[in-house]
Design a protein around this ligand. Structure first.
Ligand SMILES: [Zn+2]
Length: 122
């Protein structure tokens, strides 16, 4: 495990996350919102994530089942982490929002066919 820092584009949202040793497992999801935003998921248990700043600038967006809570910075619009539907006990951190690039082991998550993709993860 190691600590990685990251945040949104304007710097209002800042976090520290404890990640698995590289290559860090990551999910590349092809669902409607992830493909639009280019979000690359690193699943981080809630206990291994600390929001350092920016709780007051996060705004929430829900669609479809409404279970996932997409969190965007009000100022710059970047989604640096959010609450995914697939892992209720964890945040999903955007690998593209880490300060320093980390080596990733990327797997495809077929979010367009969510029920099957989730079953394949379990
Ligand atoms: Zn921002």
């Amino acid at each position: 495990m190691f600590e990685a820092q990251g945040g949104c584009h304007c710097g209002a949202v800042r976090f520290v996350a404890r990640l698995a040793d590289p290559p860090v497992p990551a999910l590349d999801c092809n669902c409607s919102i992830c493909s639009m935003t280019g979000f690359l998921h690193i699943i981080v248990p809630h206990d291994d994530f600390t929001l350092v700043s920016g709780g007051d600038v996060l705004t929430s967006y829900r669609f479809g089942s409404g279970v996932a809570e997409h969190l965007f910075c009000l100022r710059c619009g970047v989604k640096s982490f959010y609450q995914p539907r697939s892992h209720p006990e964890a945040w999903s951190v955007n690998a593209n929002c880490l300060d320093a690039p980390v080596q990733l082991a990327v797997e495809t998550f077929h979010g367009r066919n969510w029920e099957n993709a989730k079953a394949a993860l379990d």
